[in-house]
Design a protein around this ligand. Structure first.
Ligand code: C2E
Ligand code: MG
Ligand code: MG
Length: 757
């Protein structure tokens, strides 16, 4: 449930959709309700129209009944065969019978020629001739017509309203036509009747004959009376049944109305009530407008709320995504970071385990990236890293992953990958990195780079992500230490070596802190056999590890950052030893101490040297600092150069150790404040064996002499080597030919024995 809610909260569009749905539903419900109200309004109007039609019908029927009875009575009194009755008596009888309708109209009787012989208004009939009236003619021609309603006509007596006549045939004893009896009814009566009804603004009332002749209409227009509606499309429905209702647009005025009609009793007349649809819906319209407006406002409000909420949610999600990106991706390259690499690797591992497949972890480290960063600045370093990331991405398939662990370390996770494929991809990576990287400095600089790749394969090289990453790292380390720009597969012995490495590092740290390291000194002999000086060499004999070669533990100290501490200790030891020997009366002209680039990076290095010399009562000329070519290589960074100059300024001699083994170019030599050059023992030892070594040694000596440097040969073991060196201008020798490195006490004795020279 909570999960559903969380996933819902991640989809702002759903909120908007929900908002729209709610709005649609409420609008739908309101629309249905309004439609129902509209139907109700119509149903109610139908009831009103029906009721009105009924009441008008009843009223009219009642009136017509009275007329008919009166007519029948007059007829009866006139038809009774009583010729002995004088006209006056018959007139009186007719008066009596017509009295019932005296309020509504007149009853007349005619003879067969159409002359009025009886008039309910006057004892003296007017002798008026009505032979042209339609009812007279119909009665005369159709003996069976019975009660006949005439067309409306204007009465002879002056009136605003037309009248109709209800007539019956007056028959003699043998059925002979003897005239008509007719009762006239003024339409004013219906006019008044209709006017009492409430109809609304567009309502109409019509009284008509069943043949469509209009007898009375409201609103009243005299010209409507007598008009025929029989041609209208709604007419058939009016006469087909006794009553009914329908909605119809009037052909007369174009108004849509609800019509309700009723036949008046058995008379050939129909009363029609028409209510304007406009009036029927007027109330509904007002209510609908009010309800509709409120609904619309509510709908807009709901949609706006949803929009606001969804926008807010969208912003929050974007922020969350950004945070997530920061948490899981490297900002510089956009690649997955260490956390994400771990997560991806775990996923790939689970998949590989499920499908019993292989995958490879490639640990990729840029060679000498630190130098680029230090010499070209971080901006360029960043450009290089971005380009490297891009190239790495291009070296793998889409389903594989490339991540940046930090600094110049990258990782590739290759799915479904065996040894051959891993080697192939690594080759591709090495090749891709061989192309120089053009960086944007405004000077069109191209940077050449190399990478070292270590490969670990699942499942052979590890069963967990941590182990695979560690083993790939170890393999990379091996690639790096065996010459860079290479790839190496992980081998089990690396783990052993790495463990040993760590153990050594810890033990060295203890030895250094406990002061259990020792010193040995090896003499440097001048051309005439005189003692030129001594080189201080550190020694480590560990209780459990035994004697550890300096080359080994110095390298470990350099990697672990212990070297500066170690060299500081050695320098102090050497200075104090020199001072001690001199105090003993043993004359040692100078002491050489090995240093490395980490020492020169100390901002206060020159001051430290000066202080140490001073502390032991030594002069600057008593000290020679031996540094390997690597220092010169790294001296392009300002801090090292500054330290070199400062140390030189003190008057301390700087010497290049193991010359010829490193990468520095001879042409660079004159740029550094160096006074001594030590030919590496590998050249010396091959003298007499390899002509190449001899010529190299010779070249080094020539350059040294040309630059006016003191040349020292180390590792001199034989007289032949010494002679060769001396022939080519090297006048200082160090090696087993004279003495191995000696413990301080032994060295003092050796030196004393030598003094005789
Ligand atoms: P290095 O400075 O070139 O020291 C000379 C090395 O050659 C020493 O090895 C020495 O014992 C050895 N050697 C001397 N004469 C001969 C010879 O005739 N034949 C042969 N085969 N070897 C000879 P060691 O003492 O093992 O030192 C190895 C390296 O360790 C040194 O090379 C130096 O680079 C480094 N090292 C030693 N002590 C220190 C130190 O206190 N600080 C630093 N930074 N490095 C040191
Ligand atoms: Mg040395
Ligand atoms: Mg050396």
């Amino acid at each position: 449930m909570a999960r559903t809610r969380t996933s819902l909260l991640k989809k702002p569009a759903l909120f908007l959709l929900a908002g729209i749905c709610i709005t649609l539903v409420t609008t739908g419900v309101v629309a249905i309700a309004l439609y129902q109200m509209r139907l109700d309004a119509m149903a109610q109007a139908r009831d009103v129209a029906n009721n009105l039609a009924i009441s008008l019908e009843k009223e009219t029927e009642r009136t017509l009944d009275i007329y008919q009875i009166a007519l029948r009575n007059v007829l009866t009194s006139l038809e009774t065969p009583s010729p002995e009755l004088p006209i006056e008596t018959r007139q009186l009888l007719a008066f009596n019978s017509a009295g019932a309708i005296s309020d509504l109209g007149v009853i007349i009787a005619t003879d067969a020629s159409g002359r009025v012989v009886l008039d309910s208004r006057s004892m003296q009939p007017s002798s008026m001739d009505i032979s042209q009236r339609d009812y007279f003619q119909v009665q005369r021609q159709s003996p069976d017509v019975g009660l006949y309603f005439s067309k409306p006509f204007m009465p002879i007596t002056k009136s605003d309203y037309a009248s109709i006549a209800m007539s019956r045939r007056l028959a003699g004893a043998s059925g002979r036509f003897e005239g008509v009896v007719a009762g006239t009814l003024s339409m004013k009566y219906f006019h008044n009747l209709f006017n009492g009804s409430i109809l609304g603004d567009h309502g109409v009332l019509t009284l008509m004959r069943t043949d469509g002749i209009v007898l009375m209409r409201r609103p009243y227009k005299p010209e409507d009376v007598g008009r025929s509606l029989a041609e209208g499309s709604a007419f058939p429905s009016l006469v087909d049944s006794d009553h009914g209702s329908f909605v119809h647009r009037s052909s007369a005025d174009g108004t849509r109305r609800l019509y309700s009609f009723r036949r008046i009793g058995h008379y050939p007349m129909v009363v029609v009530v028409g209510l304007g649809v406009q009036d029927i819906y007027a109330g509904w319209r007002k209510r609908a407008a009010a309800i509709g407006s409120v609904t619309a406002v509510l709908d807009i409000f709901t949609i706006m709320l949803c929009l606001m909420f969804s926008a807010q949610l969208q912003r929050r999600l974007a922020m969350e995504r950004q945070l997530q990106k920061l948490a899981w991706f490297d900002t510089l390259t956009g690649l997955p970071n260490r956390r994400q690499v771990n997560r991806l690797a775990r996923r790939i591992l689970a998949e590989a385990r499920r499908h019993s497949s292989h995958f490879a972890v490639l640990f990729i480290d840029l060679d000498r990236f630190k130098r680029i960063n230090d010499t070209q600045g971080h901006g360029i370093g960043d450009q290089v890293l971005s380009e490297v990331a891009q190239r790495l991405r291009n070296c793998v398939r889409d389903e594989d992953a490339i991540g940046r662990l930090g600094g110049d370390e990258f990782v590739a996770l290759l799915k479904h990958c065996d040894v051959h494929k891993a080697a192939h991809v690594s080759d591709g990576i090495l090749a891709a990195m061989q192309q120089p990287i053009a960086v944007n400095t405004g000077r069109g600089v191209n940077i050449a780079l190399g990478v070292s790749v270590g490969i670990a394969l699942y499942p052979d090289d590890g069963q967990s992500v941590d182990v695979l990453l560690r083993n790939a790292d170890m393999a990379m380390y091996r690639a790096k230490s065996s010459g860079r720009n290479q790839m190496h597969f992980y081998a089990a012995e690396y783990a052993h070596e790495a463990r040993e490495h760590i153990e050594l590092e810890i033990a060295l740290q203890h030895a250094l802190r406990a002061g259990t390291l020792q010193m040995a000194y090896q003499p440097k002999i001048g051309a005439w056999g005189t003692l030129h000086g001594a080189e201080a060499l550190v020694r480590w004999r560990d209780e459990s590890l035994g004697i550890v070669a300096p080359e080994r533990f110095v390298a470990i100290a350099q990697e672990s950052g212990l070297i500066a501490e170690l060299d500081t200790w050695v320098l102090c030891q050497a200075c104090s030893q020199l001072a001690a020997w001199r105090a003993e009366g043993v004359n040692i002209p100078s002491i050489s101490v090995n240093v490395c680039s980490a020492d020169f990076k100390r901002a206060d290095y020159a001051e430290f040297i000066a202080r140490t010399l001073q502390d032991h009562g030594l002069r600057s000329s008593d000290l020679i600092l031996e540094m390997t070519e690597r220092v010169m290589l790294e001296a392009s960074t300002d801090d090292i150069l500054r330290s070199l100059d400062a140390v030189h300024a003190l008057g301390v001699t700087l010497s290049i150790d193991d010359f010829g083994t490193g990468y520095s170019s001879l042409s660079h030599l004159h740029c550094f404040p160096v006074q001594e050059l030590k030919i590496d023992k590998s050249f010396v030892q091959d003298i007499g064996i390899s002509s190449m070594a001899e010529s190299l040694a010779q070249t080094v000596m020539n350059i040294g002499n040309a630059l006016k440097l003191t040349i020292v040969a180390e590792g001199v073991e034989t007289q032949a080597q010494r002679d060769f060196l001396s022939r080519h201008g090297c006048l200082i020798y160090q090696g087993y030919l004279y003495s191995p490195p000696l413990a301080p006490r032994d060295f003092a004795q050796w030196a004393k024995a030598r003094v005789i020279d």
